[in-house]
Design a protein around this ligand. Structure first.
Ligand SMILES: O=C(O)[C@H]1O[C@H](OP(=O)(O)OP(=O)(O)OC[C@H]2O[C@@H](n3ccc(=O)[nH]c3=O)[C@H](O)[C@@H]2O)[C@H](O)[C@@H](O)[C@H]1O
Length: 430
């Protein structure tokens, strides 16, 4: 039996011979006490300073894993990736480049001759191997994706010292409306602190870049008037995700007002397509239909239809590139405003909402498998019943005109999905 087994629950009743020995040797007792106190202090400070010490109390830290950057070879890769190959081409830093929208935008920019440097922290919100596969695709296209976090100001400063970026396409974010209830800290970390970190480096840069960034249709929250227009109120978000995107729009206003940064926010409406996000319904419905698992289809009050203005990735990419191309220059330099700068917000949707049950019917036909449907009441975890974009402003200012309906877009997605997950025989859609 260990002497620890003798410790009583009530202090003062200890009868161990060991404690008698301590009593007979006060100097030894003092020494032992000091030793354990010292050890305790060391352990306390060690755990306090270790970034991986508290993954449960602060799960957002998963995105702060060590990354390596810097050095002559690294700088050479950054410079080469940023090289502009077309007349009047842009030099763009794309954050979240290994994400769904980030990958598509980066490839399109690179293919038309712009310089592109990617940045991504490859966090494990969903399968990081999909992000690595996107990175490999980008690598083949000539886009170098730096492995790092937008909250790492030293890294951002370094990137801006190596390349004079004309534009920043800020797409790095914690996405997903429902996950915000599980990991609220990650939304504040990426969508609020991360945005500020990016704007800070942009405001100090000389010349300041123009910024285009991803807001969300979710800012319309509980609004019932449709279609959603940029002029509508956005003060009743239904999820923390939506609240952080709304906060981002206010933060954008501040940096535009104080520092003269040219900023364009894009409210994306449920973007889908090849290389998409496995946490989104169309993606995991596909996986689960193929597995014969049941598909939970949300219903509003009184069996009301839940619908989304699903928007195909290629249409979104066109909207992103048009936003970059029409962005005016920032007016400030080195942290000082020199005049009023452009501040814009656009809806990028499809203007054609489709019920979720219809989405499932399209998938059934494309996969040639009957879905095991389960109608469930929409949980109160951030979802809204309906989205529908009014895109007339984007049409007028950006020439934005979506051309892909859900049937056509899902066909392209399913073709990619089947090729990606059965092609190599190694990947699994877990
Ligand atoms: O536009 C946006 O700004 C957001 O779009 C996306 O959110 P959502 O429109 O909620 O997409 P998604 O989860 O695919 O659910 C699609 C539909 O399926 C319904 N849905 C969902 C899950 C389920 O189990 N059952 C179900 O019916 C669900 O009720 C919904 O009607 C992005 O994820 C988000 O990051 C953000 O960018």
């Amino acid at each position: 039996m260990s002497h620890l087994d003798n410790i009583p629950s009530t202090p003062g009743k200890f009868k161990s011979p060991y404690i008698h020995r301590l009593r007979f040797h006060p100097s030894l007792s003092k020494f032992t006490f000091c030793f354990f106190l010292f050890l305790g202090l060391i352990l306390y400070f060690f755990f306090l300073s270790s970034p991986s010490s508290s993954p449960i109390s602060d799960p957002s830290r998963r995105s702060l894993r060590t990354s390596t950057w810097g050095g002559p070879a690294w700088e050479k890769r950054v410079r080469s990736s940023a090289r502009v190959r077309s007349r009047n081409g842009l030099s763009v830093l794309v954050t979240g480049a290994a994400g769904f929208v980030g990958t598509h935008v980066s490839v399109s920019l690179k293919r038309r001759g712009d310089g592109v440097v990617g940045l991504d922290n490859f966090n494990d919100y969903y399968d990081p191997s999909l992000k690595r596969a996107r990175q490999a695709l980008l690598d083949r296209t000539g886009v170098f994706v730096v492995d790092g976090d937008i909250n790492d100001s030293a890294l951002l400063g370094k990137l801006f010292s190596v390349v004079k970026f004309t534009h920043v396409m800020h797409l790095a974010a914690q996405a997903g409306v429902r996950y915000a209830m599980q990991n609220p800290g990650s939304y504040v970390h990426s969508n609020v602190a991360g945005l500020v970190s990016v704007l800070e480096v942009c405001k100090s840069a000389n010349p300041q870049p123009a910024i285009v960034w991803a807001s969300s249709s979710s800012v319309y929250g509980l609004n019932s008037k449709v279609p959603f227009s940029e002029k509508d109120r956005t003060d009743q978000p239904a999820s923390l995700y939506a609240a952080t995107k709304k906060a981002g729009e206010e933060i954008a206003h501040t940096y535009n007002h104080i520092y003269g940064l040219s900023i364009t926010g894009l409210r994306f409406f449920t973007v889908y397509g090849p290389w998409g996000r496995p946490d989104m319904a169309y993606f995991f419905f596909t996986k689960d239909i193929l597995k014969g698992k049941s598909i939970p289809i949300f219903q509003g009050p009184d069996h009301g239809t839940v619908a989304r203005d699903f928007t195909y990735i290629d249409d979104i990419v066109k909207g992103c590139l048009a936003s970059l191309d029409t962005a005016e220059k920032s007016t400030g330099s080195g942290g000082k405003k020199k005049g009023a700068a452009q501040l814009r917000v656009f809806n990028l949707g499809n203007t054609s909402p489709v019920p979720v049950s219809k989405l499932v019917s399209i998938l059934e036909k494309l996969l040639k498998v009957k879905a095991n449907r389960k109608m469930v009441k929409m949980p109160r975890n951030g979802d809204v019943q309906f989205t529908h974009a009014n895109i007339s402003l984007a049409q007028r200012e950006l020439g934005y005109k979506p051309t892909t309906d859900l049937q056509t877009g899902l066909k392209k997605f399913v073709r990619w999905y089947l090729g990606y997950y059965s092609g190599s025989g190694k990947k699994s859609a877990e």
